[in-house]
Design a protein around this ligand. Structure first.
Ligand code: ADP
Ligand code: MG
Ligand code: MG
Length: 250
């Protein structure tokens, strides 16, 4: 079992404080949904944990088991077992999906993966995600629809098998069928060796991926944590009631 421990994390972008003390502990086997209105710092949390240079950690800590993530470079964080599925996956022309994936797997695992095994796994995962058969030969995300990009992120996740994944709005741009496919594939990964943080502002992906914990982030802080009952409440009443419930203004 592994644990991701985020303690009093403060993060600034261009000297503006966005995260104002985030506390979160995630164990493998758990799924934590982080919900909240637009602009409250959800993607900032994801980017800061992955080590995006634009996001400056000014206070606090983030550990993956004993590893101090904040001391590690981006590639070292990936090798430590952290994966980020981005809200806006980029396209890279001239690099095929399968070449990209094989290189990434080699970099993260530190091992040369036998080509035959790689291809067999990759094609199986792609078919579980109902992706086009010519996927391995297409350039990375080039000409991909929003939904294809998101499924490609999950394909990377399935291939790399990290300890923890942060899935940032993996549900946006997905139609109902793609949502179910993505949801089921992520759900299947949850195990004693894998946990995830699911960032979303819709409840619909949570029909497929059942979170063990739900957190509401507002104005750079997790202001409320609970179980799936919170999802229903947000679905019915939005976030306004949180203010009243907590008696705070944000
Ligand atoms: P969320 O994911 O919850 O919608 P974000 O983390 O994307 O929120 O953004 C939080 C705040 O940080 C917003 O005010 C946003 O404008 C600002 N912000 C996020 N990323 C950047 C960036 N790269 N440069 C400047 N400001 C940013
Ligand atoms: Mg947003
Ligand atoms: Mg975001």
């Amino acid at each position: 079992m592994s644990t991701l421990t985020i303690n009093d994390l403060h993060v600034s972008i261009e000297d503006k404080e966005i995260l104002k003390g985030v506390n979160l502990t995630v164990k493998t086997g758990e799924v934590h949904a982080i919900m909240g209105p637009n602009g409250t710092g959800k993607s900032t949390l994801a980017s800061a944990l992955m080590g995006h240079p634009k996001y400056e950690v000014t206070q606090g800590s983030a550990l993956l088991d004993d590893a101090d993530l904040l001391e590690l470079e981006v590639d070292e964080r990936a090798r430590a077992g952290l994966f980020l599925a981005m809200q806006y996956p980029q396209e890279v022309s001239g690099v095929t999906n399968s070449d990209f994936m094989r290189q990434a797997l080699k970099a993260v695992s530190g091992k040369d993966v036998p080509l035959i095994k790689f291809i067999m796994d990759y094609e199986r995962y792609a078919s579980e995600l109902k992706m086009r058969e010519d996927l391995p030969h297409r350039y990375l995300n080039e000409g991909f629809s929003g939904g294809e990009r998101k499924r490609n992120e999950i394909l990377q996740l399935k291939t790399l098998k990290p300890k923890f994944a942060i899935l940032d709005e993996i549900d946006s741009g997905l139609d109902i069928d793609a949502l179910r496919i993505v949801g089921e594939n992520v759900n299947d990964m949850v195990s004693p060796d894998f946990g995830c943080i699911l960032i979303t502002h819709y409840q619909r992906i949570l029909d497929y991926i059942k979170p063990t914990h739900v957190h509401i982030m507002i104005n750079g802080k997790i202001v409320l944590s609970g179980g799936s009952d919170l999802i229903e409440k947000i679905d019915q009443s939005g976030y306004e009631w949180v203010k009243e419930e907590l008696g705070i203004d944000f």
